[in-house]
Design a protein around this ligand. Sequence first.
Ligand SMILES: NC(=O)c1ccc[n+]([C@@H]2O[C@H](COP(=O)([O-])OP(=O)(O)OC[C@H]3O[C@@H](n4cnc5c(N)ncnc54)[C@H](O)[C@@H]3O)[C@@H](O)[C@H]2O)c1
Length: 364
Amino acid sequence: MGKAHSIALATYPMYVWPAPYYPVRDLIVEINDELAAESQKRFGFNRAGTSWREAVEDPEIDVIDILVPNVMHYEVVMAAIANGKHVICEKPLALTANLAREMADAAEAAGVVNQVGFNWRLAPAVQLAKKLIDEGAIGEIRSVRSFWLGEFFNDPSVPLVWRFKKDQAGSGALGDIGSHAIDFSRFLAGDITAVQGIQHQFVTERPLLSGSGTGPVDVDDATAFMLKFASGATGYIESSWAAPGKKTSAGFEVIGSTGSLSFNWEHMGELQYYDGRDSADRQGYRTILTGPAHPSGDFFWPISGYQIGYADTKVIQIADFLSAVAGTTERPQTTFREGLKSTLVEEAVIESAKSGLWTPVQND
Ligand SMILES: NC(=O)c1ccc[n+]([C@@H]2O[C@H](COP(=O)([O-])OP(=O)(O)OC[C@H]3O[C@@H](n4cnc5c(N)ncnc54)[C@H](O)[C@@H]3O)[C@@H](O)[C@H]2O)c1
């Protein structure tokens, strides 16, 4: 490997979160040249460009980080892999599971490090939940309820951007935020084998970006589904970007045979743990404030409860990726294969919402 050059593709002004954390920030690509120049300056990149093709073909670059709209993920990822780059791609990995499968297969065949942007599961409290489950702290998992509820697109005046178009986004709340809830559930309790879903649309028309008239929305504002895990446990997942009062209500409740766990991103430094083996006179949920004793907590502060934020989970994600690029670890935790598995669940949910039937989930 040459120098650890990096490139973040697009997404200024909202989401160039990982950029400041790369050891070398070589080239940032954004199709809007004014934004490209501004973000180069703001995030300290050596160069700015407007062509992602030039970027993926540049022999000086080793790592491509793809943060463009969903419809572009497949093409950019496949070109990056063909040029031997290590690659990070945002979720949902692709518009369809077939495309996501091709991406995972291609990355594995080329032997490049690959990672999908499931940073939410990398929060220390979520990783601690998994550690406690693996250590038997709640016994056998009986059920998992995961959710990602927000209110940011409840406002019908939000214009008709790519997120509201099926041919550019794949799905609405389901793929955009439900994918993280699916990832929570899969991470904590394993593969999902069947789903039964319902989808809702609350805003059917939105103002056109041109400023006059409206156009149709053809994705879900909310999706909910029941599910079965391969382990025999059951579950429920709910995602909505039109849930008034919910700011970033992303989390889970895991009920086990001897205890339970509960987490909500709105208090992302805390994990709630109930141990049913405590003596009767002191039973109750305890709040564990995460810190250096917890997975990746030692990256930040030497004292528990100092708190971390959303961007810090992107730092953890990049660290996980770069450890694999450097050969310290075999692979990142959230590989393209994990992205594919979430996409397979999403497709089964959409099919089930149409048919009204329980629908099996393929897992490869
Ligand atoms: N993991 C997370 O927490 C998280 C959070 C937000 C968004 N995302 C994902 O990140 C991706 C981007 O989302 P967003 O909200 O930043 O979108 P956005 O629409 O705000 O930004 C997309 C950017 O891509 C640029 N762009 C479009 N076509 C381009 C091209 N051909 N070449 C270069 N640049 C181009 C646009 O000009 C724009 O600046 C999506 O896949 C989304 O699902 C993930």
